[in-house]
Write a protein that binds this ligand. Sequence first.
Ligand SMILES: [Zn+2]
Length: 450
Amino acid sequence: MVKITYEVHQKIGNPSNVHEAIVRDDLVHTTGYGIFATPFDLNENDKINVAIKWINLDSKWKTISSHGAKSNINLNITAPELLHAIYVAGRIRVYNVGTDSQPILLSLYGHFDIEDKRIASDLREIINSQRAFFNDFDFPYYAISLIEGDDPRSMGGTRLSDSFTAFLPRGMHKNDYYILFAHEHLHNWIGGKIRKDKDEELHYWWSEGFTDFYSRLIALRSRGIDRKAFIDEMNQFLRAYYLSPVNQEPNLRIKKDFWNDYDIEKLPYYRGLVFALYLNNLIQKEKPDISLDVIMHDLFKVAKQQQFSSSLFKDIVHKYVKNGIENEMVNFIDKGKIISLEGINLPIEKVSMGRYYLGFNRDNLIKDKSIQEVDVKSNAYKAGLRDGQKVTGRDCPKGKGDPKQIITIETTAGTFKFKPEHYSKIEIYQLRTDLLGQEEKEFSKFFGIK
Ligand SMILES: [Zn+2]
C-alpha cells in the first residue's frame, strides 16, 4: 500500500477560472482534475473506491459536489467520474431548484447583477425546457456552481458529469446570463449524452454551433428570451459569420488552429449555427411539418450505441432529405464554402456592412493604453482619435468582433465614440426585426413556435 500526502495551491493572483483549483479564505472550488492524483496505469473503466471528507470546516461553510451535497463522500467510481466533477466548500449559498426526488443543487458564491431568486428560476426553466426538448428526464441528481469572476471582461464555464460550473463577471446583461447557462446545460446532450468521437475539433460546427443554435431556440420557445432578443442573437451570428475574415477556411484549419487563433476559434460556432438555419430550411422544404428537431432527437435516440460522427449525421438527415446532404457537408463544412441563405423561408434582408475594424493598433491600446497607427479612412479617425493620445477608459459593449455597436474611448484629449466598422462593405443577410403579419407566420413556422 502506498500513501501519498500533498498540498494543493492555486495559481498566483486571485484566479476565478473554474477549470482550475481556487483556494481562498472562504472558498475551495475545484474540478477533480485540479485536486486529485490518480495512478497513471488506471484504465478508463476501472472502478476505484473513493472516500472524500471535508474536515474542520467553519460552521458557516457548506459543501456541494457533482456527487451530492454531503461533506463525506464514499463512492465506487471510475477515474473520469472522479476527475470530471466539481468539488466546492465555502461560504456558498445553496438552493434546490429541482424536486426532492430529483434534486438540482445550485451553489452561488460572490455577487451577481441579478438576484439569486432570478438565477434559480432561470435555471429551473432552462433545465426543464431542455429536458422536455429531448424528452429525457433521466437525471437523478444535478449540481450547478456559479462564482463571481475577477475580470469584468471575461466569463466562462464548463460542463462536467451531472453538473456544470461557470464564473460570471459583474455587469452582464440578463440575456447573456440566460444564454450562457442554456449553452452549458445543453452540452449535457450535445457532446455529453450524444458523445463526440475523437476528432473533436472537426465536429465543433455541430457540438458548438448547434449548441449555440438550440440553446437560443429552446429559450425562444419557452419564452426565456423574447423574439427581439432572439433575432438580435441570430443577427449577431449572421454578421459574425458573413464578415469573418476566415469564413472560407476549411474544417481542417479549425483542427489545426482552434487554440491559437481567435477568429478560427469562433468560426465553428458561427458556421455551425448558419448551417443549422440552412438545414432546417432544407428539411422543411421537403417536409413542411417537421424541422431540424427530428435530427437532434434521432441523434439522441441512437446515442447509447453510436457516438456522433459526420457520417452518422449524414445518414440521419438522409432519412428526411431525399438527396441527402453529402454535397453540403463537403462544400460548407469540409471545404469552407460560404453558406448561402438565398431563398430561405424566413423574413431576411440584405444589408451592406463592413467587418469589425478598430482602425488603430489594438496591442498598443491594451498594453500601453495609447492610440497608435490610426487609419485615416477609419471611423475611429473620423471620430477624432489620433496617434499618441493616452487612453484613460474604454468600453466595447459587445466585445471584440461585432461591428454593430458603439465603442467609447476616453482619452486625456477627450471622449470619442465610433462604430468599429470597416469602410469596405459587403452585402450580408440579416433577419428582419419588425415582422408584419405574414412574416410573423413565416418566422413562427420556421422556428417551431406555437
Ligand atoms: Zn460550448
